[in-house]
Write a new protein. Sequence first.
Length: 184
Amino acid sequence: MNKKNIITPKKPTLAKDFYCSIKLNKNQVDYGNLKLVAEKKKFREQTKRHITILSGSSLEKVRNILNRLSVKEKKVTIIKLKTILKNLKWQYTQKEIYLINKKSCYGNSKVLEHRKSYIRTIEMPDIHIFYKKLNTLFSIYIPTQFPHITLFTKGERPSPDWYGIAIPSKGEFKKLHPKKYHFS
């Protein structure tokens, strides 16, 4: 990582349902000149800026394992998980911005809908360390969450809370055929 541009956010938070993310301040994300472009195209700025650490199917695997443990084993495992999260620095550097288009059925809806988002990819070495330790702790294999920050979203649902596009792994990111945003 380029030491000059390293950002050190707050440590990740682990919710009661074990969803895990890092909350960001607006000054921890570089939008470049994208804001004007995105707003002209009717995109909404993502105001709940975060980096997802554990969610989706990965989160379900962790929950399933925890639910099979005794109360005592579960408490000990959660303490170990929190210790792993606490002991990493979670620093990142910002990389490229991409536009992503996706048509899919979301949630319980059987209606095909279209979503778009601008994301900034990031380099975050500790997320790889976290997943290595997580996989060891739970004796499973979960691919590393794709580190990125959603900047702007656009979708067809009435609520903009539903506009995001989940990107659980690098493989899934490539399947979305992202288009690199070029600053002018």
